[in-house]
Design a protein around this ligand. Structure first.
Ligand SMILES: [Zn+2]
Length: 118
């Protein structure tokens, strides 16, 4: 007997169920304001089953999953991965460019080939 399900696709952070069961992120002390894209959640549901509440989530590109953004001129760095000279991936700290106010409203969900990092 199949389980009941009611799967809803969320087109982005403005979709009705985009933040179901996703807590807002605690403030990172270095950052200034809740992210305007994900409303401080850092991620949202790309798809959610309103019966079982199983969900597929996407990370927010605007705040890199932090849920908070820098609004001043402080430099912002994130941990990222690059390919080292020996052919192995390694962590490094990457400075971000200043926030661009002309940034589009809907960032494209980005999931790397190995899935979300972090
Ligand atoms: Zn965000």
């Amino acid at each position: 007997m199949p389980h009941a399900s009611n799967i809803v696709q969320c087109t982005g952070p403005d979709a009705p169920h985009a933040f179901d069961l996703i807590a807002q992120q605690p403030r990172n002390g270095a950052l200034d304001a809740p992210c305007p894209v994900c409303k401080g959640h850092g991620q949202w549901n790309a798809e959610i089953d309103l019966v079982s509440f199983r969900a597929k989530r996407v990370n927010c590109d605007r705040c890199h999953g932090e849920g908070w953004v820098e609004t001043g001129s402080d430099p912002v760095v994130i941990d990222d991965i690059e390919m080292g000279p020996d052919g192995h991936a390694r962590w490094f700290t990457r400075p971000l460019a200043d926030d661009d106010p002309a940034m589009p409203e809907e960032p494209a969900p980005h999931v790397g080939p190995a899935g979300p990092i972090g």
